[in-house]
Design a protein around this ligand. Sequence first.
Ligand code: HEM
Length: 318
Amino acid sequence: MVLEMLTGSDIKQDDKEIVEYHHNFQKWKDSLLERINTPWCMFDFPWKFYKMYHNHNEIVSNMNGFAKRRLEELMVKEKSNNKPKTEGKFISFLEELSNVGLSKQELLDEIHAVLFGGFETTATTTHFFCFMMALYPEYQELCRKEIDEVFSDPLLTHDGTLTYDAVSSLKFVEQCLLETLRLYPPAFMLMRNLKKNFIFDYEGKNVNVPSGTHIIIGAYAIQRSEKYYPNPEVFNPDRFLPEECAKRNPYTYLSFSAGPRNCVGYKFSMNELKTIVAYMLRKFEITTTDKLNDVTLLPNITLTPERGYNFLFKKRKF
Ligand code: HEM
């Protein structure tokens, strides 16, 4: 979906290049982790003598090759298309960016930023959402009720597919997604470099963190803190009712970060996730044989389950 939004082209699910890009992304993460876990490799000189360095370079060059090919295809398509830019179904994200005059390198950087930011985050969130729905069948039923109502409303569907308004109206599904992301934020910690001195109160003492310090903000820890979320380990979508959100400091929810460098794909990804799970729950009932503590969570750049959870998708009868 994210690549279709970027390029405006239909992407086949089994597109070999996409599957390969995904494998390369996983390998890139592994090489980055190996570098982080091997302290002397943090310096460029020893890192260059490490076996993983060469693998890392090969992976990066494969991913760059993919991004270049997709961009060139798009540029050829754009040249041969004489229609004015506003005509046609919709303008792809890359077309919009090239219209504002970004260079080829800047467009390539955007492709990587959006693919890195939008690929795995959405995939793992869908996976964790299925797990929560399987563990809490009462919430799965409530989501399905809301989804069925939308599908049976002729004003919210078009030839059996959901309209934008339909997706926007899935409020309870959205609450369940936000609650899933509270418990399982893919970006479980955020990193910042302080531009100003930062003074905060710690157990009655003023602590001064000087500007230039690299800090880590523990989104996972904040979102599982009893102080902000009573019974934090319990999946409770009511925490995201508007009146409950209004009671909380907005900076206690950091799944999409906050401030000027927050997630640019926030709205897109919520609509994407709501669409995916609406079609999934419309067609299937989800159960699992796994328990909450069966699978270890790994801090592998993004929050990743050690193995995938087991699901049974039972086709619904209408
Ligand atoms: C469940 C889905 C997603 C989650 C949880 C998520 C989370 C985040 C977070 C936490 C950040 C900030 C990182 C930081 O502050 O260091 C971020 C940045 C970003 N995200 Fe997302 N994201 C999601 C989906 C997407 C999608 C679908 C796209 C693309 C369409 C996207 C594009 C980006 C980009 C380009 C940035 C960098 C923004 C910047 O540095 O200014 N994300 N995302």
